[in-house]
Design a protein around this ligand. Structure first.
Ligand code: AQP
Length: 326
């Protein structure tokens, strides 16, 4: 199967990004044709610093590799290095009603936060995402729950294009993880864990042990000191249980059984231990890769862009023919 997914270069990758997206990416590497993109063009829709952008892109490539993406098995590249993404985005713009974009939850939330600084790129964000996916004849897109609506839109756009111009695009499917599809904020478990959220809302994939300990210690729970999974009435503890179960590779029921009768204090200590142990290899691998940044990582991105470009340009040629441009 052809798999495609991406993450923005800006912001620190957190365990929500890992459990929602990257962990699935690693699993898909066995026996599938995987393309993983650093979506820098999407990042331009938020406030960013041009001075540090290129550095963030390189850092994200290192994150992919440190987290377990194998360049021998998967294609890793930077979105802006393959111009066909923006070209296809334009074609798809002409097929997408504005109302469909205005209904997107992420657009509504982000434009409300930005108020007057909202921009057209933020509105068109899901069309660029559809272009990313459709450009590679993608069958499966592993993402967290927050991106499900955008994949639905990409499906609708693909079907609309095929209906208007004849069979062209594969209609992709979203693949959500069973448990970690929506990891919640440690500070306010009613909101999702997010890169741009309140300080301490997220555990970064590369946090040192002391930082992990502090963040888990101050994670919001409740007052009844009973460890059970009940996202509606006990959102804080339920979120911690999901994280614990995912990193221990066991079911939530198994975690509940294991932790029965324990206090929240003990549970948090155990969770801290599991996180420190699980994230330690990522930190080590990242440190190693930092030293090979200039040659090794640059080369992986350059090879990845070449491969992606070959696929993208042949698909764009087909799209242009179908649309009557050539
Ligand atoms: N809390 C989450 N739980 C599970 N999955 C999540 N993802 C994001 N947050 C969670 C998934 O991670 C991938 C990365 O997407 P992105 O780089 O586009 O980042 P994002 O969605 O913008 O991530 P954030 O942290 O939520 O950033 P801000 O604060 O900028 O909105 C996607 O597959 C996403 O589903």
């Amino acid at each position: 199967m052809r798999i495609f997914s991406g993450i923005q270069p800006t912001g620190e990758i957190h365990i929500g990004n890992y459990l929602g997206a990257i962990k699935q990416w690693i699993e898909f590497q066995e026996g599938n044709d995987c393309i993983y993109c650093i979506v820098d063009l999407h990042a331009l829709t938020s406030d960013y610093d041009p001075e540090t952008m290129r550095d963030s892109i390189m850092n994200k490539a290192i994150v992919y590799l440190a987290a377990g993406i194998d360049p021998e098995k998967s294609t890793i590249f930077v979105q802006s290095e393959v111009k066909e993404h923006t070209e296809l985005c334009w074609y798809l713009n002409t097929l997408t009603p504005i109302g469909e974009l205005e209904r997107m939850t992420q657009y509504k939330e982000k434009s409300k936060r930005k108020k007057k600084r909202s921009n057209a790129g933020l509105l068109n964000y899901p069309i660029l995402m559809a272009a990313d996916i459709l450009l590679y004849d993608t069958e499966v897109v592993p993402v967290g729950e927050d991106q499900k609506q955008h994949i639905e839109l990409a499906r609708d756009i693909a079907k609309r294009f095929n209906k208007r111009f004849g069979e062209t695009f594969k209609v992709p499917k979203a693949q959500l993880p069973k448990k970690g599809a929506r990891i919640m904020s440690l500070k306010n478990p009613k909101n999702k864990m997010s890169k741009s959220g309140k300080k301490g809302n997220a555990v970064s994939l590369f946090d040192d042990p002391k930082t992990i300990e502090e963040k888990i210690k101050s994670a919001v729970t409740d007052t009844d000191n009973k460890i059970s999974y009940d996202p509606k009435d006990k959102p804080g503890i339920s979120n911690l249980l999901v994280i614990y179960s995912e990193f221990k590779d066991q079911t939530i029921e198994e975690s509940e059984k294991e932790l029965k009768g324990e206090s929240y204090k003990v549970f948090k200590e155990k969770l801290t231990e599991v996180l420190i142990e699980s994230l330690d290899p990522f930190r080590k691998k990242r440190r190693e890769l930092e030293k090979r940044r200039e040659v090794y990582v640059e080369e992986i991105l350059s090879q990845g862009a070449k491969k992606a470009k070959t696929l993208a340009s042949s698909n764009i040629a087909r799209v242009k023919r179908k649309m009557g441009l050539v």
